[in-house]
Design a protein around this ligand. Sequence first.
Ligand code: SF4
Ligand code: SF4
Ligand code: SF4
Length: 896
Amino acid sequence: AMDAARTSWRLGADKVIILYRRTRAEMPADEMEIEDCLEEGIEIMELAAPVGIVKEQGKLKSLRCIRMKLGEPDESGRRRPIPLEGSEFEQQCQMAVAAIGQAPVLEGLTQVKGKDIGVTRWGTFVVDTETMKTNIEGVFAGGDAADDGPTVVIDAIRDGQRAARAIDAYLTGQKPEAKPFVVKKEFWSKPGQTELGEVKESPRHEVHVIDVELRKSNFNEVATGFEYEDNEHECERCLSCGCLRFEDCNLRLYAEQYGVDMNKFKGYVRRHKVDDRHPYIVYDPNKCVLCARCIRTCARILPISALGLVGRGFQTEMRPALNDPLVQTSCVSCGNCVDSCPTGALTFKYPFPGRASLYTEDGKTHCGFCSLACPITVKRFGGDRYFVGSSGVWGEYLCRYGRFGHELFIKQKRIVAPEVRSGRERRKVEITEAGQMIVRGMRRVADKYGPDKAAVFVSPELTNEELYLAGRIAREGVGTNNVASLSILGAGKEAGVLDRSLGFTASTADRSCIDRADLIICNNTSMESDHLILAVKVIQAVKAGAKLIVSNSALDTTDQLLSTLALDPMRGRAAVLWNGILQVLLDQGYFKAGFINKIEGGKEFLARRDFGMERVSDLSGVAPEGIRQAAEIIRKAKKMVFIHSPDRNQDQAPGDMETIANFIVLLRAVGREADLLLPRTISNSASLEIMGADPVFGPGRVAPEGSYAGAASHAELRKLLTDREIRAALIIGEDPLAWGQSGVWFENLEFLATMDWTDTETTQYADVVLPGSTYLEAGGTRCNFEGQVIEFSRTVEPPAGVSGREILQVLAAEFGIETGSEPFREIEGIMRDKLGPRRCFYWNTGQERVLDEGKLRLVAAETGFRTGSIPPPLTHGEKYKKQIRDVGTDRFRVRY
Ligand code: SF4
Ligand code: SF4
Ligand code: SF4
């Protein structure tokens, strides 16, 4: 009727009247259409119905009408119109249009195999409005032809969706999906100011329409839509109150499964303000069911619970410790409590604006922030919007770097194409052109000064494939043996430090050895800050009765609360301390000189010892009681695990790893179980030596094949750097020019090429810049701290469209190096074939770890200690972790 009236007005009718036998309140038409009619001057005559036509000379003269009144409601729920006797009247008109509704033409559609499909008295199909099924099996109907007939398009779309799901279930023989269980806030009562907080009422902007005058005599679009400002306004009105856990809230899913009738649960509810003060976590106490899972998870991860229950009975609430804001408690922002919450009470803030339960595409890979390589799930919303969650497997946790560290990639502006310097500017070029420039630049300098003055430097965060390609580019492409990580060189570390004692520089076991240990010894390892997920295991072992000795110059809360004995040697002097403890055990006869002399290197080991108690105590700063106590605890232990972080500079001391290895050799010699775990703070530093990105080792951790100019050890390469001898460099993923200490190494550079995923101080000075990729963007492998090869997948597309590995392959080809299409397979071969009989590094499947303990030997003690500072971390991950530690999680959060 509204369409007919408005069309008549547009076609030139002077006056248009709609006769309606009920009142406007009962009209089935859309309210907006009624408003538009009135605006266009169309009259709606309520409670009037035509009963006849009056003609004059064969033409329409008027309609005979009757007045109505409203009686009781009919089956449609609307009040029934009743004619008022004697109220007839004539309404003059020149044209009458019957517009009393629409009905589908069901001709030929009402029977299937001789069976009638049920039809309503309005001529539409009878359907189940949840599944759109008719009474005939396999026949579905929706839209204007079903149920209550014609309505708006969006209803037809809804019917289509419901029918599609039901048809899918019918065809696949599955149970149709249950109707989602939903309780809206209004069910309890309108949300009040407690929940809305500072939010003020803000009316909706109406859609813009053209003036009535401009509508006459045409059928132009009346509604012109919204302007940009309207969209902004409407978005600002959003309370972002959507529940992020709609899809997987256990409470909602159980309610759905058991067909819960919410009306039975209606009653008094307490109203709480949503707490969103934590940088990463939102707590909505209104959705908390007091299951205490979060409390137990937090207590399991750390010895200090950041969460607890407060109040009694109906007043009980889950709250952060002492009812402080969570961000002000001991919370380390690991987010594991959120994973454990079965409802939407604890949720994450996305690393981008907005809050809604959105469909995500999930990709499985591993965290690249440290060598634990914890499994992660990358949840993509589309485009470059994503966030990282845990694996979803019970008992697998993440620390704050694994869970939120990817925000680093979102926050930074990316390098999206190769660029070459031209004066003060950089211009984008094709990858091959950039590759050719690097080949020319490196070879020009190598020809001028010799290949020993050229070098390739790699980040230990790169994949095995990238490290392998970088090593080959250095040796086969540039002709230099100068290939290494600046982060490792800068920290003064040498290659293969445990090869002489243990036969291999790697963990001697996987993390399960912690479960069996009755003594755990952590040296130069900040479990809370660097290896929280390893700390979970240590905490469980300590709770099961294991003792813990910690040796760090600064003790964190976990160290203090968990340890049986906490030692705090002066920086750089831990090797002296541990030699002092070893000396007590030698003096007590626990390690006997007789059998030590039989161990390879034993005589020299004994001859070069000078670790009297007084000297050790003076040099290390640890009181003699602490040294004796440590020796006593070790003497009583049967199964020991030493944990040492080789990449952590803070308490690194010359000879510390060799001293620990001596302990392992001696303990095993007296029949104790003793193992060494070497968690690396940089995700793939264990692979530098295996992949041949090291002056001492070629691929497979064997001596480089062929003879190349340049350094043969870390010390030689470090000397070339400190003497400013390097004239051409390709630096991949490290940023030495950000720091004075490492920046001076490159003062005499004549050519610099870099590869990185974001601009750094180093890329700013480069002649050629190649785009790199993050650990989420490049498929490949890394070796975790247990020696296992972990496969990473490409879960996010690199903005350059190609990964770092693919770019290095192009560069290798420009150098004339044949790499095959899949370095991944070459590396698998190296891991399987070249690592020799002692395989501490092994492929995920197939080969096992093999340790030949018969080759253990003692190495004469290192008596020196470290002086001077070490350059800060040069890789992205380490820089990010340092910044978080320095400024605090809250201030480091990505803000929009
Ligand atoms: S984020 Fe981690 S530390 Fe903080 S409350 Fe949750 S579980 Fe505890
Ligand atoms: S896990 Fe969730 S529902 Fe359970 S007590 Fe914690 S916040 Fe409440
Ligand atoms: S422990 Fe290491 S691998 Fe695991 S989530 Fe934390 S940074 Fe990532």
